[in-house]
Design a protein around this ligand. Structure first.
Ligand code: PLP
Length: 376
């Protein structure tokens, strides 16, 4: 049996909660399981308001709408990220300004951030790659001094911390993903974390088709109507039930993922050193979320050879983001080779090993054994 890169994990009560949603005759959005998921995340993270969304992409789209981005506004974003991180803002006609990353954590390089800021900069979007924090002290100092809102794309980093503070609690807004590949999943899903309360009312309206329906359901208005632009970003309560079952087991899930990550780190250390392969780096002041395990090979040829070697032996390892500034869309915005050199190298070098919560010890041992047979 091949060892896949990812497998969804069920931790116990997913189907029970979905069935309860069905039996309670409420399977559209914002039923009991959505409310419980909101409350759990608000309490666990210490966030004033959390709203489940249909994806992280949609939570990012909500962020762009809430920040009222317009034609020609500039948004700074790492080039090494998923397309949604910037696409959500480009949908509002904003212009992406691509930032390079640090070669150690693969996060936006805070030392180069200020040079990218212009009078048109309207947002800085950071990504905590692999759930290891960006240097938030430096980033927030610049953003606060220049009064530019920060949005954290925290798709990878739920329950990770920077200097003891949860990721997703630094920016005015932050976004989570509950896609199948994430630590906690509902198949597709996401959440918007609202740290600045001034966005709460608008976010509720935006997510409910531009209506004040949330206020109506709380008894704050006696009828609901169209009050602003909006769309439909709320997931079915069946999916919220599925998600809640996973969030309730967060300790068990995170502990298991930490074991898998630490086993890879311990078992591959000597082999990596002998073969000039770089291991992931987690600064001492960061508690990572154990989202993925990656390795950096010396170059593209070696990385591709390693993927092929593993594939022949039934192990599915994968690469990750291609530099956004060199994509056809990135080029349209003026991106060219050499603009973000670290991103360009890392993108060629990075390999992700199979990593999922219910990966068996036997499968992991097999992945390690097969990789160690590869000589760089
Ligand atoms: C950094 C980052 N942001 C956003 C997304 C999009 O998440 P979703 O599939 O929930 O829209 C991903 C997807 O993997 C991602 O890696």
């Amino acid at each position: 049996m091949p060892i896949t890169f990812n497998k969804p994990t069920f931790v116990g009560k997913e189907f029970e909660y979905m069935q309860q949603a069905l039996q309670g005759d409420h399977i559209s959005g914002d039923g009991q399981f959505s409310k419980k998921s909101h409350a759990l995340l608000e309490q666990a993270l210490g966030v004033p308001k959390v709203l489940l969304t249909t994806s992280c992409t949609h939570a990012l789209e909500m962020s762009a709408l809430l920040l009222d981005l317009k034609d020609g506004d500039e948004v700074i974003v790492p080039s090494f990220t998923f397309v949604s991180t910037i696409n959500a803002f480009v949908l509002r006609n904003a212009k992406p300004v691509f930032a390079d990353i640090r070669p150690d954590t693969l996060n936006l390089d805070e030392s180069r951030l200020e040079a990218l800021i212009t009078p048109k900069t309207r947002a800085i979007v950071v990504v905590h790659y692999a759930g290891v924090a960006c240097e938030m002290d430096a980033i927030m100092e610049i953003a606060n001094r220049l009064k530019i809102p920060v949005v954290e794309d925290n798709a990878h980093g739920l329950f990770g911390k920077y200097k003891g503070k949860y990721l997703g609690t630094f920016g005015v807004l932050a976004t989570q993903s509950f896609h199948e590949t994430k630590n906690f999943t509902s198949g597709e899903g996401g959440a918007l974390l609202i740290n600045d309360p001034k966005y709460i009312d608008d976010a509720e309206i935006l997510r409910e088709k531009g209506t004040n329906r949330s206020r109506f359901f709380r008894g704050q208005v006696d009828k609901y109507t169209w009050v602003n632009v909006g769309s439909s970003y709320l997931p079915s309560d069946m999916l919220a039930g599925f998600l809640l079952a996973q969030l309730e087991e967060r300790e068990q899930i995170q502990n298991r993922r930490r074991d898998i990550w630490e086993t890879y780190y311990k078992e591959l250390g000597d082999w990596a050193e002998e073969n000039h392969v770089q291991m992931p780096f987690v600064p001492a002041h960061c508690d990572q979320s154990y989202h993925m395990f990656y390795l950096l090979f010396p170059n593209l040829e070696k990385r591709q050879a390693a993927i092929a070697h593993l594939k022949e032996r039934g192990v599915h390892a994968v690469f990750h983001y291609l530099p956004l500034h060199l994509s056809p869309m990135g080029e349209k915005y003026g991106g060219k080779p050499g603009d973000c050199e670290v991103t360009e190298h890392i993108s060629d070098q990075l390999l992700r090993l199979p990593f999922y919560t219910n990966m068996t010890a036997e499968d992991q041992t097999q992945v390690i054994k097969m990789l160690k047979e590869f000589t760089v």
